[in-house]
Design a protein. Structure first.
Length: 422
């Protein structure tokens, strides 16, 4: 039965989208049931939106690749972010800037320290014969590549790999590459699930940490109050305006990103720079500029009709897609490298925890910064929304900072020092 479903979904992207949307709807419907509320008080809806598709993927229901995933990534996510951006109050978000940037930088440094610490931990495994000795000489390349992803995102990952790998990559480098992809999938997705689950303990942690949450609460409440005071019935025409504006702008940005990407590829000789300035990075930047620009115009009045709620609905379907692409079966193929990834994340978390404790920052900043590092712009807004429902854009802005830092820290921080360890 499962194999039949998988085969069907593999060639029917509409079925994949329908199932993802149905899962999201079913979870939120279940959360409204009085008898089930205790479950969602422990683990919020966004956790189940992510976890259930991941579990279904692991047992073989969702396919590993689908055109639906690509469409959601290229159009669904940018559209949701654009809608959230036109709904935002820039002066309010600016109030959170300094502390958010500080925590983001601490999280990035934690990834660098974690990479080096994890390599030290697994170093004896080579001498004991638990890891192939031929991997030892090139492991630093894989770790550098993954650190690029875990500081900034996929574009940074590609940039670092193109910079450090042989041309073409050797068979051993190919094995390391596959191992790091497995670590990225399993460890990063598991970490995301844990961070979402921790949102239920937000108030307890902030009280224990004596964190100053007034600014976050004020901004969150102010944005909520503005939405409620100006809220109007969502008419069909307004809903169509929201959807049409979002997808028209995203399509234009997508077209421009493809053209700009092609021009830059032809004009720039350096393969490292080419990889960083990929079409998707350009797409996200263009959507961000368009959304923030229109938030200063009458287009922001679409928020009175529930624009941000439409944006969040799209964002949660994208989150379900992220879960569907994860597969926990990767643990059986590269168990020791998975262990390395766990140590790596643990060190990153420890550094972030110490930084959060030192400056008494709210856990909202710490978890959002961590996901902006480890997950990138796709999932950081979801993490922010899990903790503060009206501040998803803070996650994206943090992720953009990580994207700027990622390649530099991965190459000159991790890449250089990792070679000295072995």
């Amino acid at each position: 039965m499962i194999k039949t479903i998988n085969d069907f979904l593999s060639v029917n992207p509409v079925g994949v989208f329908a199932l993802l949307a149905g899962i999201v709807a079913a979870i939120y419907l279940a959360a409204e049931q009085k008898k089930l509320k205790w479950i969602f008080n422990i683990l919020p809806c966004v956790f189940w939106v992510y976890f259930i598709p991941m579990l279904m993927s692991t047992i073989g229901i969702f396919p590993a690749a689908s055109a639906a995933y690509n469409l959601l990534r290229d159009f669904g996510l940018p559209a949701s972010l654009f809608i959230l951006f036109i709904s935002v109050s820039l002066p309010d978000i600016a109030k959170l800037g300094a502390r958010a940037l500080a925590i983001m930088f601490i999280g990035s440094i934690g990834v660098v320290i974690g990479a080096l610490g994890a390599m030290m931990v697994v170093k004896p495994f080579f001498a004991w014969g638990w890891l192939p000795m031929e991997h030892k000489e090139v492991l630093w390349k894989g770790v550098s590549m993954l650190s690029g992803s875990w500081i900034g995102g996929g574009a940074n990952m590609a940039a670092v790999w193109e910079s450090v790998a042989s041309t073409p990559p050797t068979s051993v480098e190919g094995e390391i590459y596959s191992a790091m992809i497995a670590v990225d999938v399993l460890v990063a997705y598991s970490w995301m699930a844990l961070l979402i689950a921790l949102s239920a303990f937000q108030k307890r942690f902030d009280a224990w940490n004596k964190a100053d949450t007034r600014m976050i609460e004020e901004v969150n409440e102010h944005m909520k109050k503005v939405q409620e005071q100006n809220a109007k019935y969502l008419r069909t025409d307004k809903f169509l305006y929201i959807i049409a504006l979002a997808f028209v702008v995203v399509f234009v940005c997508f077209y421009c990103s493809q053209k700009l990407g092609g021009l830059l590829e032809a004009a720039i000789a350096n393969k490292l720079v080419k990889s960083v300035i990929g079409y998707y990075s350009i797409l996200i930047v263009l959507v961000t500029i368009a959304g923030l620009g229109l938030s200063l115009t009458p287009a922001r009045q679409l928020e009175d009709y529930g624009a941000s709620r439409v944006g969040y609905a799209l964002l949660y379907i994208v989150l379900a897609m992220i879960g569907a692409k994860a597969n926990l079966n990767a643990v059986s193929k590269f168990p020791l490298y998975i262990f390395m990834g766990v140590v790596w994340i643990a060190i990153h978390a420890a550094v972030l925890f110490l930084g959060t404790k030192l400056i008494r920052a709210p856990i909202f900043f710490a978890t959002t910064a961590s996901q902006a590092n480890i997950g990138g712009p796709v999932s950081a807004p979801v993490m922010a929304a899990a903790y503060q429902p009206h501040l998803a854009v803070v996650g994206l802005l943090m992720a953009i900072v990580g994207n700027i830092l990622g390649t530099f820290l991965a190459l000159f921080g991790v890449g250089f020092l990792a070679q000295l360890i072995y």
